[in-house]
Write a protein that binds this ligand. Structure first.
Ligand code: NDP
Length: 484
């Protein structure tokens, strides 16, 4: 095998993105009825840069009274927004999309500072995709009857939307854009550790002139989310987060009229056949598990390699891992940034320990890691089987569990042997194998000869414990409509 020729005496010069142009307030209040207002709780919590442990800003904690105010404002706004000419609704949404594009650099830097992801990813993936989602759904706003012919689509009312921290702006946009394009109004709660870009989006929404109360953004922890879920005037819950909290939400709303979509956890299988283009597949493995530090619901965290090529794939993968740069998220050379929070780092380390205790053979690439901040080197485990905890449970970090297989039926059986059903990848030059796998894998998304590709036009969502409902594409509109 020809190894990567890494000259150890040669280092990349730092190419750090400037933060001079970033305007952050010391304190962020709640965005209710088109205004930034103080919370009734009068409490604030810190939002921390996970790469430096520095407090970046203080974020308001919304309580029951605040949620009530936000839902009331959304309910009142619904009366006019749902009746507004669809073409006019579309214009506001187009305007928001363009304003995100204009401020893309600012958003990218804040996303990396608040969440720890490499600037290359926030700049090239998160922010452009967020703008594209607004553009895409702006286009549908006045064409709903063409999207669903022979039906009369009507909005649902007030949507309560709760999201996680791994793609903070993008998850907010996945939820807000289709909801308001269909004529609904929303109350959205971002994750506690990454509220900043949602609040910056609130600034844009205010500036765009969107009618007051159409979008309300309330910050806080799990309790704040639960207040949204349990509010009697919420018509729909759209949740992205863990399977455990998803189950709690489903229990809370059972017996009510509330509609729901749940986008939950995953344990994606990435499958490499012996006829695959091996170098491309190795890049695909790296992208599948190390993109966004592995904080990706659809991450390819279980790798299945056909036995005949296992040795070469693993050797090339280790070699490639040694070239990955772990460090300052704002440096454009960085491949793997900071782990989002101390809690998430503790969870990842717990699973790494379990992996070793259960007999897994660990490999971590060598990298110098700063004393400040939360870091985890890219990690893989060999010598594991279906029953290992790290093969069954979602880790949500840069940790890959590798197994081998001999036949196509064996790998389908193994890949489907998980409580989740969100994503999978298949690497082969044979179209027939791709079609067999896409039909037989129990996963909402199956990528062929690529991984972690997202587009506003294609639906995303899971089966089994990965939840139900889809975001993106026409399916994403349907989740915010009723048909009369
Ligand atoms: P959590 O379920 O802990 O949190 C998600 C959101 O729910 C946060 O805003 C959280 O607030 C809030 N929350 C917590 N408890 C409650 C409650 N009882 N009632 C209402 N809201 C509550 O998930 P994580 O933040 O840990 O996110 C990681 C998970 O998200 C992973 O399992 C991942 O796979 C999944 N995910 C799924 C995606 C999909 O599309 N299928 C996409 C991205 C992630 P707080 O922030 O304060 O905890």
């Amino acid at each position: 095998m020809s190894k990567l020729n890494l000259n150890k005496t040669w280092n990349y010069a730092a190419a750090t993105e400037s933060t001079n142009h970033i305007l952050l307030k010391e304190k962020y209040d709640l965005f209710i009825n088109g205004e930034f207002v103080k919370s009734n709780s009068k409490k604030y919590f810190d939002t921390i840069n996970p790469a430096t442990d520095e407090v970046i800003a203080k974020i308001s904690e919304a309580n029951k009274k605040d949620i009530d105010l936000a839902v009331k404002s959304a309910k009142i706004a619904f009366r006019r927004w749902s009746k507004l000419k669809a073409k006019e609704r579309g214009k506001y949404i187009f305007r928001i999309a363009r304003m995100i594009q204009e401020r893309a650099k600012e958003f990218a830097v804040i996303e990396s500072m608040d969440g720890g992801k490499p600037i290359r990813e926030s700049r090239d993936v998160d922010i452009p995709l967020a703008a594209n989602h607004f553009f895409y759904y702006a286009g549908w706003a006045d064409k709903l009857e063409y999207a669903f012919p022979n039906k009369t689509p009507k909005p649902l009312g007030v949507a309560g939307q709760i999201i996680t921290w791994n793609f903070p702006l993008l998850m907010a946009v996945w939820k807000i854009a289709p909801a308001i394009a269909c004529g609904n109004t929303v109350v959205l709660k971002p994750a506690e550790t990454t509220s900043l870009t949602a609040l910056k989006l609130a600034e844009i929404i205010q500036e765009s002139g969107l009618p007051k109360g159409v979008v309300n953004i309330v910050t806080g922890a799990g309790n704040t989310g639960a207040e949204i879920v349990n509010h009697p005037d919420i018509d729909k819950i759209a949740f992205t987060g863990s399977t455990n909290v998803g189950k709690l939400i489903q229990k809370s709303i059972s017996g009510t009229k509330k509609k729901s979509t749940l986008e939950l956890g995953g344990k994606g299988a990435n499958i490499i056949f012996e006829d695959a283009a091996i170098d491309q597949a190795v890049e695909g493995i790296v992208n599948a598990i190390f993109f966004n530090q592995g904080h990706v619901c659809c991450a390819g965290s279980r790798l299945f390699v056909q036995e005949s090529v296992a040795n070469i794939v693993i050797e090339k993968l280790k070699d490639r891992m040694s070239s990955l740069i772990v460090g300052n998220p704002l440096d454009k050379n960085t491949d793997i940034g900071a782990i989002n929070s101390k809690e998430q780092l503790a969870t990842i380390n717990k699973y790494i320990k379990i992996g070793q205790e259960e007999g897994g053979e660990i490999y971590q690439s060598k990298c110098s890691i700063s004393k400040k901040g939360n870091w985890c080197p890219p990690t893989l485990f060999l010598n594991v089987s279906q029953s290992h905890t790290i093969v069954q449970e979602e880790i949500f970090g840069p940790v890959l569990a590798i197994q081998t297989f001999r036949t196509i039926d064996e790998v389908i059986e193994k890949a489907n042997n998980t409580p989740f059903g969100l994503s999978a990848g298949v690497w082969t030059e044979k179209g027939s194998k791709i079609f067999k796998l896409t039909q037989e894998l129990n996963a909402g998304v199956v990528w062929a000869n690529t991984y972690n590709k997202f587009d506003p036009t294609s639906p995303f969502g899971g089966f089994k414990e990965s939840g139900f409902g889809r975001e993106g594409g026409l399916h994403g509109l349907k989740a915010y409509l009723k048909f009369e």
